[in-house]
Design a protein around this ligand. Structure first.
Ligand code: AMP
Length: 607
């Protein structure tokens, strides 16, 4: 594909960002790039897919073009002719605001005779540009800066304005096409996996059942693309796989040791959330360090990289940051530690923590002194000691474990690296979690992570299966002003309690603020039913009126304003903590305190 064709299409995409037609246009562009029958002998699909996202290399590849804005401005100035200086380009940039518009504003090509690149008149192709950019990226050592400048000047010199605009943006990683990763994912599915049911396109002639099947098939196609993206982190490769091998090929794509995957992330959540949504909760220490992904095939010499595909002959250990940057060289003792102990190919997820002489964790800032360091690594190694805590195992001895439950992955982790494997405790209630948290804090760690013990590992996902525990907010002492009968085996007991707070200290008047039904054991329900039955004032269906007499301590995630209850507030995720035997209803919390807590809660940071 000619680069001019790509640039023209890119221009059209950028002109109407966010349009639902964007996916169709991107799919069209991918189909055109992937059509090997069009007389072009190369296969541009990988390159075009990456270019669309402003990349020359896939996300898992730590190589960069290493072209800074100054070099780019200089190359543009040279291509623009002898009367244009880098300062002129900079000036235009200040008013245009972005480099693409500036590059498109010059007439290039006047310098063709001087071009460092062969025949200046031949149209630049996508493949040629990709090769030239990779060559430029590889330039290193003495004089590399000027070789990069020559190469980039040569490229600009062959560009029409629309091409120059895209080239400038591409080299600086500022594509601005309004084409997000989600759009490219959907477009890959649309271009190469469209209509796997064979249904006619004409929606009117398709029955509802067919429509449903088409939608499901589309969802499956997108899910297969997404999945392959998760394991490869390479849009170009996934587009090619989708075209050449379809759904089956995408689904068969596995992890490769040496090709980092995105880290699974956590949401903030409380112990109550975890117990409520997971049932059993896997509790791990939350280590206060820097995330690392460890890749290792025993038998290697630690040397691999570049375009070299790891082939299982031994490689690494390689260490990658949360953003998939290669941080191996900065952490030699972690490399040695892994190499000494692991004897099967692995991909592990974990945290590197700075420790003192006694092995106790030091604050996070200490790790940062080591983490991305390129110089003085040995000296810093003397100053700050590191320790690896591994908490997940994505691959072990030829088996991909992403879809295995956490418990299974953890078992494998303990098998491959017992010394560094984080402990995983199963808790079934908030008290168990609190005990584990106290132990973690005692040992100097940050707190605990709460994980669904049966959840798969979903790379890049900040899902609900991993929660970083946020401290509970203050509890509230509320009065029971009503109840509802329980259900099923709890039908003989009260199951839900309507809670109220005082409006006025003197008159003992109460307004409702929410209902609590969580955190109550069978014993607690029986006890509360006994306590409350003497105070029942009315019964209508399952609704029971209760004279204020019993005070409950309740936890909650937050207090929101809400028209549902007479107080004008509602508790989010209320849960029973205990009966306040020591408090009479006159000592219960007031509406005023609720209002204050709601204000406080609103100002709390969200993490
Ligand atoms: P945060 O950085 O506050 O979003 O918390 C999530 C981070 O905690 C992860 O990205 C990890 O770097 C770190 N972390 C520490 N211990 C664990 C653990 N046991 N499981 C998962 N992540 C952990």
């Amino acid at each position: 594909m000619e680069f001019a064709t790509f640039a023209a299409r890119a221009e059209r995409l950028a002109a109407e960002p966010g349009d639902i037609e964007t996916t169709v246009r991107v799919a069209d562009l991918l189909s055109a790039a992937g059509d090997r029958e069009d007389g072009d002998d190369g296969d541009d699909l990988e390159t075009v897919t990456r270019f669309l996202l402003g990349r020359v290399y896939p996300a898992h590849d730590s190589r960069t073009l290493d072209v800074g804005p100054a070099l780019c401005r200089e190359a543009i100035a040279r291509a623009a002719g002898p009367n244009v200086t880098a300062a002129d380009v900079e000036e235009r940039l200040a008013s245009a605001g972005e480099i693409g518009a500036v590059a498109a504003g010059f007439e290039f090509g006047g310098q063709r005779g001087l071009a460092a690149f062969g025949d200046g008149r031949a149209a630049l192709t996508v493949a040629e540009l990709d090769a030239a950019l990779r060559e430029l990226a590889a330039a290193s050592g003495d004089g590399s800066e000027s070789r990069k400048l020559d190469a980039l000047f040569g490229l600009f010199n062959r560009c029409e304005p629309a091409e120059a605009k895209v080239l400038a943006r591409l080299v600086l990683g500022e594509m601005r096409l309004g084409v997000g990763e989600g759009t490219v994912r959907d477009a890959i599915a649309e271009a190469f996996l469209a209509d796997p049911t064979g249904n006619p396109d004409d929606a009117e002639s398709a029955s509802e059942a067919d429509d449903g099947a088409t939608l499901r098939a589309e969802d499956e196609a997108v899910a297969a693309v997404e999945r392959a993206l998760q394991v490869t982190n390479d849009y170009g490769r996934v587009a090619t796989l989708a075209r050449d091998e379809g759904l089956a090929g995408l689904r068969a794509e596995g992890l490769v040791v040496g090709r980092p995957v995105q880290a699974m992330l956590a949401q903030a959540g409380t112990a109550a959330d975890a117990v409520e949504s997971f049932g059993e909760v896997a509790v791990e220490t939350k280590f206060d360090g820097a995330r690392v992904q460890v890749h290792y095939v025993p038998g290697g010499d630690g040397e691999f990289g570049g375009d070299e595909e790891p082939d299982g002959d031994g490689l690494g250990p390689k260490l990658y940051s949360r953003n998939m940057d290669d941080v191996t060289d900065a952490l030699p003792e972690v490399v040695e530690y892994v190499a000494d102990r692991v004897d099967v190919p692995v991909i592990l997820d974990g945290e590197v923590v700075a420790v003192d002489d006694a092995g106790d964790p030091l604050p996070f800032q200490e790790v940062l002194r080591r983490f991305r360091r390129k110089h003085d690594v040995d000296r810093m190694r003397e100053e700050v000691s590191l320790r690896l805590h591994a908490f997940d195992c994505l691959h072990a001895d030829g088996a991909d474990l992403l879809d295995e439950p956490l418990r299974v992955r953890h078992d494998r982790l303990r098998g491959v690296l017992p010394d560094a494997a984080a402990t995983l405790e199963i808790a079934t209630d908030a008290a168990g979690i609190a005990a584990a948290e106290a132990a973690a804090l005692d040992a100097g760690h940050e707190g605990v992570m709460l994980k669904h013990p049966d959840a798969p590992y979903t790379p890049g996902d900040r899902g609900k299966e991993w929660l970083k525990r946020k401290p509970d907010v203050e509890t509230l002492d509320a009065v029971v002003v009503g109840a509802e009968w329980g259900e099923g085996r709890r039908a003989e007991l009260f199951g839900t309690f309507l809670l109220g707070v005082r409006t006025d200290e003197a008159r003992e008047e109460f307004v409702a603020i929410g209902k609590v039904a969580t955190g109550l054991t069978d014993e607690a329900l029986a006890d509360l039913t006994d306590r409350l039955e003497p105070h029942v004032t009315s019964e209508e269906g399952t609704e029971i009126g209760i004279r204020p007499a019993v005070v409950l301590e309740v936890g909650y995630e937050e207090i929101q304003t809400s028209p549902t209850y007479s107080s004008g507030y509602a508790l989010r995720f209320p849960r029973f903590v205990g009966v306040r035997e020591d408090k009479s209803v006159a000592d219960a919390d007031s509406l005023e305190r609720v209002a204050r807590l709601a204000g406080d809660a609103g100002e709390r940071p969200s993490t």
